[in-house]
Design a protein around this ligand. Structure first.
Ligand SMILES: Nc1nc2c([nH]c(=O)n2[C@H]2C[C@H](O)[C@@H](COP(=O)(O)OP(=O)(O)OP(=O)(O)O)O2)c(=O)[nH]1
Length: 182
């Protein structure tokens, strides 16, 4: 059996090893004032953390239980992949405000905050940032969905989501939608 802290196969996809040994700091010196144990040699991340980017997304669901996907345009990162509408949290915004703003800008629809229900979230390390993406669901909005930013749009059944290539962060979200809608 492996002792705690040794990485075995199956749970961790990337292991970064460094021969550089840094001095270990404890307690207040390490920024831990009281009551919280400092990271140990075994639990401290061996690589500098990626910048955390919060993107808020929504599965809009129509009366036939189909989900709206939008295709990322040419020239952008992850171009051609199908994603949930949404966008980056701006400073000072609450996640629901971000979504309401993005849905108006991207799709021309008006969503009221009580119509946004949290479903799950994605946490995914891209090469240059770590994405944290709450996924809401929404069944009620005002106006007609329009591709205001030139993006292709598709209404897709939950069981057909796997036929649309999505960003890697989104793949673990699919079973939650299948459980909810199928
Ligand atoms: N909206 C949305 N973004 C997603 C999803 N999955 C996923 O990995 N992302 C990533 C792609 C982008 O890196 C980021 C979304 O930021 P954004 O909507 O502002 O996209 P963007 O490329 O236009 O960003 P930028 O030009 O303003 O930097 O999150 C998803 O399902 N929906």
């Amino acid at each position: 059996m492996l002792p705690t802290g040794i990485i075995s196969s199956g749970c961790v996809s990337k292991l970064h090893l460094s021969s550089e040994v840094k001095p270990v700091r404890f307690g207040a010196e390490a920024g831990y004032e009281s009551g919280v144990a400092p990271p140990t040699q075994a639990t401290r991340s061996p690589v500098p953390p990626l910048k955390l980017t919060v993107v808020v997304a929504v599965a809009l669901i129509d009366t036939d239980n189909r989900i709206l996907l939008a295709q990322r345009p040419e020239g952008k990162q992850l171009a051609g992949l199908w994603e949930f509408p949404g966008g980056k949290l701006e400073p000072g915004e609450r996640p629901e405000e971000t979504l309401i703003r993005e849905l108006r800008e991207e799709l021309g629809i008006t969503v009221k905050e009580p119509c946004l229900a949290p479903l799950t979230f994605a946490s995914h390390a891209y090469e240059t940032f770590h994405l944290l993406m709450p996924l809401y669901i929404c069944r009620r909005w005002e106006g007609f969905v329009q591709p205001l930013e030139g993006q292709a749009l598709k209404w897709v059944k939950a069981q057909e989501l796997r036929s649309y290539p999505m960003p890697p962060a989104d793949e673990p979200l699919i079973p939650f939608l299948v459980d909810l809608l199928v």
